[in-house]
Design a protein around this ligand. Structure first.
Ligand SMILES: Nc1nc2c(ncn2[C@@H]2O[C@H](COP(=O)(O)OP(=O)(O)O)[C@@H](O)[C@H]2O)c(=O)[nH]1
Ligand SMILES: [Mg+2]
Length: 253
């Protein structure tokens, strides 16, 4: 058992109910490895997959995996509705089932489940923790255009939203119950990367304690990106909206 796994087991014993959620759309080549890796960290984790009617056999595979992993749960939606709304379903689920915390991560193994204990450990002194590729110790395997856009977008978020962090757009995060409750009451409707920025924005601006932990972000294991390229454009629009909101918040102070 490696150090991270030991830490994961000890912390999990103290924090009773944690749900780990991954949205999926056509992840048949990744989902079994993802579940195996998560349950290797702790077999008592509660895992929720929110699938948008995948057409590549992901759903059928998850149904089979449910026999192997007793804590694996599935919410199936009728069609591809985007990650923003998938995360909102996860917030409702965690809230209604009274989980102490919600961890989210991508199904394509870009996020390494072995790093879950790092998030858990850091949550002890925070309300929200995001994995970060761009702080000391963090790493990203993105190259070229994607690397440039991601670094640039994250710097822009830091500057425009006046938030002292380096990562806003990765979904490898942990939210405590208070943050989940807050976000559920905000009536949010954003999608794609902007939903991740928006969740963080409202949590931080509401005065909750936030922090980053370094993660190693890998390129997806199997398949292609499922988020439409246009999302980068929509996210820029959302960023401008949040920038204006932030100016109004500062004016009121
Ligand atoms: N349920 C659901 N999951 C999605 C949707 N779009 C993407 N995903 C999942 O969200 C995660 C991140 O998507 P990914 O394609 O890896 O985005 P990228 O890393 O930015 O290229 C993966 O687990 C996808 O399967 C969607 O519309 N609905
Ligand atoms: Mg990905």
């Amino acid at each position: 058992m490696c150090h991270n796994e030991r830490v994961g087991k000890t912390i999990y014993k103290k924090m009773k109910k944690i749900v780990i959620c991954s949205p999926t759309y056509n992840e048949v080549g990744n989902i079994e490895i993802l579940c195996t890796e998560i349950f290797k960290v702790n077999k008592n984790f509660h895992v929720l997959i929110i699938d948008d009617n995948s057409t590549d056999g992901t759903l059928e595979l998850i149904k089979k995996l449910k026999f192997k992993f007793k804590n694996l749960n599935l919410i199936k939606r009728k069609k591809k509705l985007g990650i923003g709304s998938a995360y909102r379903v996860a917030f409702d689920y965690a809230f209604e089932k009274k989980h102490d915390a919600l961890i989210t991560l991508d199904a394509d193994l870009s996020h390494n489940p072995k790093e879950i204990p790092l998030l858990l450990k850091k949550l002890k002194s925070n309300d929200f923790v995001t994995g970060s590729r761009y702080i000391k110790g963090g790493k990203s395997d993105y190259k070229g255009y994607r690397d440039f856009i991601s670094r640039f977008a994250n710097k822009l978020c830091r500057f425009l939203l006046n938030m002292p962090f380096f990562e806003f757009t990765t979904s490898f995060r942990i939210y405590n119950y208070k943050c989940i409750e807050l976000l559920r009451n905000k009536n949010l409707d954003s999608d794609g990367y902007s939903s991740l920025v928006e969740f963080f924005f409202y949590i931080y601006k509401s005065g909750f304690k936030c922090s980053e932990v370094p993660i190693y972000f890998r390129v997806r294991h199997k398949g292609d990106s499922k988020i439409p390229k246009l999302q980068v454009f929509y996210s820029s629009m959302k960023l401008i909206e949040l920038f204006i909101k932030n100016l109004l918040i500062q004016k009121r102070k």
